[in-house]
Design a protein around this ligand. Structure first.
Ligand code: GRF
Length: 217
């Protein structure tokens, strides 16, 4: 029987996306959860699920490159097939990104390429967009610009503020990331040499690279 695919999850805080991945009981192994913050609540969640955790404290390293090297060493100790950034709020060095080329996935709370970076919900409201959402993409050295795997779309309602919109997007994130990782285990999408992600035969329901939120408020 094929050994289960192995992922390492990097987090910075609450870990609700990590929680969604664990609750989804995906046919893969979360071999470790690593954070640069010792007080990241998601570490406790991982421990509850019996998953090894590590803290590589960013404060302990003067140089970004030194921190990233220590993080890389910790990750490689678990020999993952894929590294998943689930609410990991640090910009990684080009050396680090190159080392994990094609096996470093991130979830971002906007419909990229719109609103890369921070405060995506506030900016979406300020622009008056009618739809917003989240994106799972590969990480490259250009911030939030890597190949898109899948997106989840939510409506923006007239009465929305940053908190209500963030909550709607977060619930979509909790659907999108498990959806993408289950499809990854089942090889239903591939990152092609041209840097594009191709879903196999996207006519079938579960191959959708696009999720829609229900259209009720
Ligand atoms: C999520 O909205 C994610 O898209 C962003 O950071 C937030 C983290 O949430 N990068 P959590 O820690 O997974 O709850």
């Amino acid at each position: 029987m094929n050994a289960q695919r192995r992922i390492v999850v990097l987090i910075s805080g609450r870990g609700s996306n990590l929680g969604a991945l664990l609750e989804a009981r995906l046919p893969l192994q979360v071999v470790a959860v690593i954070s640069h913050k010792a007080d990241a609540a998601g570490l406790g969640l991982a421990q509850e699920w019996g998953i090894p955790t590590r803290v590589i404290s960013a404060e302990a390293y003067a140089e970004r490159t030194d921190f990233d090297r220590a993080l890389q060493q910790a990750i490689d100790g678990f020999a993952p097939d894929l590294v998943v950034l689930a609410g990991f709020m640090r910009i990684l060095t080009p050396e680090f990104v190159t080392h994990y080329q094609g096996r470093l996935l991130n979830i971002h709370p906007s419909l990229l390429p719109a609103f890369p970076g921070l405060h995506t919900h506030r900016r979406a409201l300020a622009e008056g967009v009618a739809v917003h959402g989240c994106t799972v993409h590969f990480v490259t050295s250009e911030l939030d610009r890597g190949p898109i795997v899948a997106q989840g779309v939510v409506p923006v309602w007239a009465g929305d503020d940053e908190a209500s919109l963030a909550a709607r997007v977060l619930s979509m994130e909790h659907r999108l990331f498990p959806h993408v990782l289950r499809a990854w285990v089942e090889s239903r999408w591939v990152l092609e040499a041209n840097g594009q992600v191709r879903w196999r035969d996207d006519s079938q329901e579960q191959n959708l690279r696009l999720l829609w939120a229900g259209d009720s408020q």
